[in-house]
Design a protein around this ligand. Structure first.
Ligand code: UGA
Length: 431
């Protein structure tokens, strides 16, 4: 099939590369010339395991092309995926200006039947707007369909998630659109959920919001566990092994971050509000998530007594492991709060240091965990990268000014830490 992708950000690039790998002809468009130039050379600017190989392979075999021309993308494709950003406005509402512009550009270049698919995460009823814009700007009688096909891939496991989805959600209005999308996704052998466009739009916002709710729920439980002196890891297991609840996305920590959960929960609250429903539950989910970071800073303060002048070593800056993405990363808010309390910060992350350097001021960035530990008053785990799980703790203890570890991701066994002579605290754990 001939596929056009408009917007080569995270979702667009992974989608384009994977569809090409499945044997389709794909053209990816972006208005960022520099990005297109570097993609043409096979340079992928984001860190995502396996993505560069797929881009290179399909660049070479000619199935994956990059362009800055929307005209070329629209005219040469039968199915066009809109993958442009929907960033939050100041009030948290999704900004849909790029979706509107792309819809207009598609209308101006339409040269035969097209299926236009929303892949970007958008509020419910955006599909109607897209359809309306295309109809009103289109100068010919050519037919088109709009569909919604939300993406559920996670950063860090994007290729695996794309190629092995739990389900493929298709929101359509015509049989032609349904058949085209089923044909396109058939090689993935995943169950299809076929619904209308609004249903598919809600499924995406609701899925991310539900997962965020699960995380905030277990974070709230962790605070109770801590007060009474029991262990949230055992409690979460005891709850989550009920198949109806499930243990996934049920790890207590310093809160969710990234480019999706914070933005999508907020956008869902906004669209619900616009529709006349007060989604108080999600407001509480956000509140718990913010509180979790404040409580963590208080915990650090409790362990160190007075914060001014203390040297804090931070391990992990990305919003989760296996990505260099620092958007809404809890680590950053925690660092800024500690700096405001007068602390000196040293930090290390296996992939995210370059991005963090552009945002954080006054932080000493280190080459590894040991350099962070040297002379610090405590070591703080902010992201659960695998390399932090197996450190040389004897060395860490020697290097630290005081043997204190404050674990925001519950990656260590409290008993072992105590046995090794550390003063250890984590999130909702019996220590
Ligand atoms: C999320 C969803 O998981 C994807 O299904 C979705 O496609 C994507 O958003 C999107 O809308 O594009 P992602 O943002 O890559 O994916 O990251 P997640 O793996 O979902 O993690 C989100 C945050 O939750 C991270 O900060 C992580 O540390 C935190 N988290 C996750 C917890 O605090 N506890 C958990 O148990 C799980």
């Amino acid at each position: 099939m001939n596929i056009g992708i408009i917007g080569t950000g995270y979702v667009g690039l992974v989608t384009g590369a994977c569809f090409a790998d499945l044997g389709n002809n794909v053209i990816c468009a972006d208005n960022d010339n520099e990005k297109i130039k570097s993609l043409k050379k096979g340079n992928v600017t984001i860190y995502e395991p396996g993505l560069e190989e797929i881009v290179m392979r399909n660049n070479k075999n000619g199935r994956l092309k990059f362009t800055d021309s929307i005209k070329e993308t629209v005219t040469k494709s039968d199915i066009i995926f809109i993958c442009v950003g929907t960033p939050p406005k100041e009030n948290g509402e999704a900004d849909l200006i790029y979706i509107e512009r792309v819809s207009r550009d598609i209308a101006r270049n339409i040269n035969g039947y097209k299926l236009i698919v929303e892949k970007s995460t958008v509020p419910v009823q955006t599909g109607e707007r897209v359809k309306d814009v295309i109809s009103s700007y289109k100068k010919n009688k050519i037919k088109f369909d709009v569909a919604s096909n939300p993406e559920f891939l996670r950063e860090g496991t994007a290729i695996k998630d794309f190629m092995n989805p739990d389900r493929v959600v298709i929101g359509i209005e015509s049989k032609r659109a349904k058949n085209l999308l089923i044909e396109l996704y058939r090689p993935l052998r995943a169950p299809f959920v076929v619904t209308d466009i609004k249903g598919a739009e809600i499924i995406k916002h609701a899925s991310n919001s539900f997962l965020a709710t699960k995380i905030s729920f277990i974070n709230a439980i962790s605070n109770i566990c801590e007060v009474v002196g029991t262990d949230v890891v055992e409690v979460a297991k005891g709850i989550g092994l009920d198949k109806r609840i499930n243990t996934d996305f049920f790890n207590a920590g310093i809160g969710y971050g990234g480019s999706c959960f914070p933005k999508d929960v907020n956008a869902f609250i906004h669209i619900a509000d616009k529709l006349g429903y007060d989604f108080g539950l999600l407001r509480e989910v956000e509140k718990i998530n913010e509180m979790q970071k404040d409580l963590f800073v208080k915990k650090i303060k409790h362990m160190l007594w007075n914060l001014p002048g203390k040297k804090i070593g931070i391990l992990g800056l990305s919003f989760k492991p296996d990505t260099d993405d620092i958007r809404s990363a809890p680590a950053l808010d925690i660092i800024v709060a500690l700096q405001a309390e007068g602390c000196d910060i040293k930090a290390y992350d296996p992939k995210a240091v370059n991005k963090a350097k552009k945002i954080l001021k006054g932080v000493k960035f280190c080459k590894n965990a040991y350099e962070v530990a040297r002379g610090s008053d405590c070591l703080v785990i902010a992201t659960e990268w695998n390399e932090f799980k197996e450190l040389d703790f004897k060395r860490i203890k020697r290097l630290l000014h005081r043997p204190i570890i404050i674990d925001g991701r519950n990656i260590y066994d409290p008993k072992k830490m105590k046995k090794m002579g550390f003063r250890y605290t984590a999130i909702g754990r019996k220590v």
